[in-house]
Design a protein around this ligand. Sequence first.
Ligand code: COA
Ligand code: ZN
Length: 331
Amino acid sequence: MSIWNGTRRRIHLQEVGPRDGLQAECAFVETHDKIALVDALSKSGVAKIEVTAFVSPQAIPALRDAEIVLREIEREPGVVYTALVPNVRGAERAIDARADELNLVMSASESHNLSNLRMTRDQSFGSLKTVAGIARDAGLPVNISLSCAFGCPMEGDVAEDAVLEWARRFIEEAGARGVTLCDTTGMAYPPQVARLTAAFIERWPHTELTLHFHNTRGMGLANVLAAIDAGANRFDASLGGIGGCPYAPGASGNVCSEEIVHALEWMGYDTGVDLYTLIEAAKRLPALIGHDTPSQIVKAGRRLDLHPLPADFDAIRERALQRDVASRPPN
Ligand code: COA
Ligand code: ZN
């Protein structure tokens, strides 16, 4: 249902292109271009922007300018500026650069956690609990992104009970304000999304739940709609549909922000986002990253962005009308 109590139901869009998007690119996007991109996104009406990641510059060279970007963007009141943080070092850097929120990351799959973060899940949890304490002392909220929550490219299915148990530990033992269930390599499918979303909301109705889908197998929008029907109202998406974890085999782009906004607005939801501003920002990407993006909306335009009639349209119509005259029976 898109209409609740006569008002349009609000769906919060969280832009992750500057982090999940740019981390996957070979090209290093110049620092001033990153800042300009985030500034353009700030004006589009998105609820939250994941600006960068405070990770090892050897692991993710594309985001080695995290401090400068987060410090120098122009902050729009009402927008939450978050940053990905894998460890204590990352937390200290993010707090120093004035992040509004720390987005901690851990995988629900042991194999992916070891590949991506070089720790077991238990080691990650221990370290992230310390990070959560540092954030609390600094007065900052914490979100935990659980990667591979809908399947792992190396292990296959990840038990839903295990995903919920990691969520529980972060909410109850580490004081997380929010949890993001990440479909890191596009393995989620709608009935699974509906089940996990409903189970989460039933247990933690007051915890900020985000769904983070990648469109790797073309099921991104279907998964967003399944999650909305199950009660979710907060989604990550990436400008141009770029993105992907370099440490997850077969990863590809996030659901595309402008496609999600376009679809949801036509379905009667209120995303708060100005689609034109978002599309204009997406059009900057190919020049920055050196290739085309998957965005269907940038290619095709919005559904009512019309095309001109064919140049010889008058002649076509004239000929068609002549056919009527020619076929008329003689009186
Ligand atoms: N910020 C900056 N540098 C960091 C850092 C951080 N948050 N964490 C670690 N480093 C540096 C260390 O200083 C060290 O540098 P040195 O070799 O010059 O001394 C190097 O990284 C290795 O540090 P170590 O503590 O041994 O970490 P590690 O090698 O076990 O790596 C991670 C662990 C998680 C820090 C690293 O793999 C990482 O940042 N990965 C990125 C994960 C990611 O962003 N994935 C995609 C998104 S989900
Ligand atoms: Zn992702």
